[in-house]
Design a protein around this ligand. Sequence first.
Ligand code: CP
Length: 319
Amino acid sequence: HRSLLGIGQLETHEILYLLDEAEQWVALNRRPTKHADALAGLTIINAFFENSTRTLLSFEIAGKRLGADVVNMHAAQSSVKKGETLIDTAVTLNAMRADAIVIRHGSSGAVQLIADKVACPVLNAGDGQHEHPTQALLDALALRHKLRERGRQEFNGLKVTICGDILHSRVARSNILCLQALGAVVRLCAPPALMPAGIEQMGVEPLSDFDTALDGAEVVMMLRLQNERMDGQFIPSPREYRHLFGLTLERLQRAAPDAIVMHPGPMNRGVEIDSNVADLPQSIITDQVEMGVAIRMACLDVLTRRARGVQGWGAGPEG
Ligand code: CP
């Protein structure tokens, strides 16, 4: 593949390849001196049309740790605010001869649109309600580390419950695809208004009762309410939401013993997850952030190989 637009485009062996490639960067990032020069001389543009803390910073750190020149374009300070179209913005970025462009955009499909207009690899850092592929990859890597620590090598049959605003969540969509590809069994839980119609066609079990959804879950992934995408349609009070769908210590007892707790961030503590749950030893929320840098290093490395004349992913005639 030339670009990384979604987990949906990847074969299982390609997902595993990216996870395996990331391991060397996990090791590097744990050293006092965290530098490699694999991407020296390349220019990476991070074009973010939506807010971000983790994704933007980790892509920036990833590029810099690999020796690339990294520049960030924040849409709020760009000529997008003066009415420039997405396509003209893409053509402008292309003219600057970037070697990779990382894009976050509020509209599903916007990243594909840009990928079609530029000559370099494009990495989707989250597009609308569609996909957030590097999030799913970093989640899988963090989970794999925790499972291996416990002596479990495989995801096969792993019971994962994803709870929250599934309707607006690109994280849920990418994670469903990634976890299923790796062999996990995925259950979803959301208020009926926030569960996409027909989602069971993805091979998941949709539930609206959180206690039922938690029953025996080995992994519980919590998602925040994306109020910014709701147009005022469904915004329960934080208290009401916590009462029905918040992960409390008491609720967590319904899951499997020592169930792994995950959250992609940003968290709303005391709403979808209580602080005393987020900070449990079985929570891997900060590991997810750590793995985010390594996964993004792997994705940048792998996707720029063709441009660097390095063999491997993307080196073949079809990309
Ligand atoms: N998980 C995630 O995408 O976080 P940011 O919005 O802070 O990048």
